[in-house]
Design a protein around this ligand. Sequence first.
Ligand code: MN3
Length: 380
Amino acid sequence: MNLYLLGATGSIGVQTLDIVRNNNKFNIVSVSANHNLNKMIDIIEEFNPLFVSMGKLEYIEKLKVLYPSIEFGYGKAGLIKAATYGVNSEDLVVNALVGSAGLEPTIEAIKKKRNIALANKETLVIGGEIIKELLIENNVRLIPVDSEHSAIMQCLNGEDNSTIKRIIITASGGSFRDLSRDELRNVTVNDALDHPNWKMGAKITIDSATMMNKGFEVIEAHYLFDVDYDNIETVLHKESVVHSLVEFKDTSIIAHLGNPDMRVPINYALNYPERTEYKGESLDLIKLGSLHFEELSLKRYPLLKMAIDAGRSKGLNPTTLNAANEACVSLFLNGKIKFLEIEDIVEECLNVFDNDFTVNLDKIIERDLVVKDYVFRKYS
Ligand code: MN3
């Protein structure tokens, strides 16, 4: 199977290549990365892609000299070409990009009738309504790579979606789960990047600490499984062993368990609908002993509430929420704002920028730019 891997040098990209390395049925046709030139050279040497895209022209100018037989692209056009490269449609695009940049390549790949393995949450958060229509129109499958949604999809195997009573998404609580609101005032970037259960990229680790990530996942679940927001719940589960649960109308609950290892959902998405071997460690229930579940407080995590509210209100509110958050996380990582300012600024943007219920791609792109520009100008 041909794979087109967007975001090859990020956390999900690297783990995807790990699955590909141990499975000879996959062939990497195209890859993209933003700026990590050395990692890209390693990927080219090992996987021999036909097309390579980087964030900036200067990077591909260096690569062109080393690899004259490879085709190159850069920026947004390069990303779209990486997603749509070649003629075959019986292929899989793995979208492991971070942020709103992931939306357009997904759209173009769907139009090309390529199935999508989606790790880029923003695609569904800001473009859920557009993507849902396109998937039906082009008869294309979108398989979630996120551990919670992969879990839900597996719980729903062989079930009728209309029998779902509720979906329960678990949350580890992120790096500050044991701190009070007061103690959050002066946390540092390094504290925030130290996630207790998962090793992930910087953006999603911050989003986990603010719980924005869980809000995004509620919106994703709404679009992926066609379940009303009233029937999607979140619960704090510190062990990250139960990856999510589905309750059916007869009150039966099916849960998905496993060690916290992203290569499990990646392996599932790449091989779907087949279940293939993955040589990971088995979950040791005796060693684990017990599992814990607690209420996930919307007061403790206001961004979770803001995200769910934005998802419910639809239109451009999810785009405003996401753009403000992307800009804030970048400012926080660069030491320009404090941790708790993230939620204040996201809330400010949702008040400043009115919702617009007639969504299309152009409006999403424009809103994304305008909101980010507003945040960067005011808080840099
Ligand atoms: Mn997740």
